[in-house]
Design a protein around this ligand. Structure first.
Ligand code: HGY
Ligand code: MN
Ligand code: MN
Length: 416
């Protein structure tokens, strides 16, 4: 039996094969994935994942938010489990690795433990969190947010997509409403392996990101109300143009983020224009502002400035305005002891590493509220993500999963 201190490595070819097999489900149009949450493609991906977990000897639990928990038994059933996990849902034009690496990297850890017949005192649980992306149903990290007590399940079930479909109805439609009470599970620790989704690790030539913090986020949904009118025959001074208001606010969001450099970002990603006809001045637009910073003061200041600027633009154009918070979490500090465990694992394995702040939000950001939590990151090509051209190398995938493997082994305590 190999001790966890030895130079144990995961089976990188098997991991890569599993990543590519999952990528065949919910294919995009340019080599990536469109496996949005609670779609038939998500259901198919869930079934494949569940079959793989069963083949690896795990028992599967599912809660009422569809969160999946695959358990590998420990030698002490009283010991709180060590969790690993991330998400299998993707953006509409997502990559093959965002979220998926964390789930299938965890599966590879379990498969490797089985290969080596390694026993751990703590049970090990691998999780697929429902609707991490928040692309179809806002906000992001919805199901891990319910698990951590941030959102109620009623709030989550009532969330609607652009077609008006409700989260709860769609979860039932794909047959993944489990019987476990959300959040009832207690964790000894939670590890999330994830691609960086930014350019820092690759630029610095590092294999591993030891994630010490995560930046905070606000999603503000702004509704501007003007007047539909003919784009040809309506004089410019008689227009009440909601589309113009959105454009001006979008520019202001960019300027506000730039005025808070370094460590601030802002953009508008989702826009709904009504009636969205080429020759009608938009009488209504609904769009989401996404602002983020690792510093609480900057995040709060940007939110206040965006709201002030939006009201000023609405006033100068004579538009009605409504602003709703549709997503928020404060900057996150991960568990220092687990950060040290991850750093030590990278060191032992001889992987180059650096401390890093996560630019993207992750389920770990919410689980950090209810259990000691940490993240491990690997680089991605050009820092590109939320784009079908997202790429990582098999070596980066293996490095991140090796570190996950050793950090989880150390925390779950090898007993045989
Ligand atoms: O929005 C985020 O940061 C995450 O990718 N859902
Ligand atoms: Mn992700
Ligand atoms: Mn994502």
């Amino acid at each position: 039996m190999a001790a966890h201190g030895e130079n144990l490595r995961i089976n990188s070819a098997r991991l890569w094969d599993s990543l590519q097999a999952m990528a065949q489900i919910g294919p995009g149009i340019a080599g990536g994935n469109n496996r949005q949450t609670l779609t038939d493609a998500d259901a198919e991906g869930r079934r494949l994942f569940a079959n793989w977990c069963k083949a690896a000897g795990c028992t599967m639990g599912v809660d009422t938010m569809g969160n999946m928990f695959a358990t590998r038994a420990g030698t002490d059933p009283e010991a709180l489990p060590v969790y690993m996990g991330s998400h299998l849902d993707t953006q509409p034009t997502g990559g093959r690795y965002d979220g998926v690496l964390g789930v299938l990297g965890g599966l590879e850890v379990i498969r490797r433990l089985n290969d080596l017949d390694i026993k751990t005192r703590h049970p090990i649980v691998l999780t697929n969190w429902t609707n991490e992306e928040g692309a179809r149903f806002a906000p992001a990290m919805l199901a891990s947010g319910v698990f951590a007590g941030i959102h109620t399940q009623d709030y989550a079930y009532a969330r609607r997509d652009l077609d008006g479909k409700q989260f709860g109805e769609e979860l039932a439609r794909i047959g993944w409403v489990g019987d476990e009470v959300v959040g009832a599970r207690k964790m000894h620790a939670m590890f999330e392996l994830h691609i960086e989704q930014g350019p820092i690790l690759e630029a610095e030539g590092k294999d591993i990101g030891v994630v010490t913090h995560g930046q905070g986020l606000w999603w503000l949904e702004i509704t501007l109300t003007g007047k539909d009118a003919h784009t040809g025959s309506t004089p410019m001074n008689m227009r009440v143009n909601a589309g113009l208001g959105m454009a001006r606010i979008t520019e202001r969001v960019h300027q506000i983020a730039m005025s808070h450099q370094p460590g601030a970002v802002g953009a508008v990603g989702q826009v709904k224009v009504f009636p969205n006809s080429r020759n009608v001045i938009p009488g209504k637009v609904i769009f989401t502002v996404d602002i983020r910073s690792p510093e609480q003061a900057k995040l709060d200041a940007m939110k206040a400035e965006v709201i002030r600027a939006a009201h000023a633009v609405a006033a100068e154009l004579g538009l009605g305005i409504g602003i709703e918070d549709v997503g928020h979490f404060d900057p996150v500090t991960f568990d220092p002891a687990l950060v040290k465990t991850v750093r030590g694992a990278a060191e032992r394995l001889g992987y180059s590493h650096m401390d890093i702040i996560s630019g993207a939000g992750h389920d770990a950001c919410w689980i950090n509220r209810v259990a000691p939590t940490v993240m491990v990151m690997c680089p991605c090509v050009g820092g590109l993500s939320h784009n079908e051209a997202e790429e990582i190398s098999p070596e980066w995938a293996a490095a991140g999963t090796d570190v996950l493997f050793h950090a989880v082994l150390e925390t779950a305590v090898v007993t045989g």
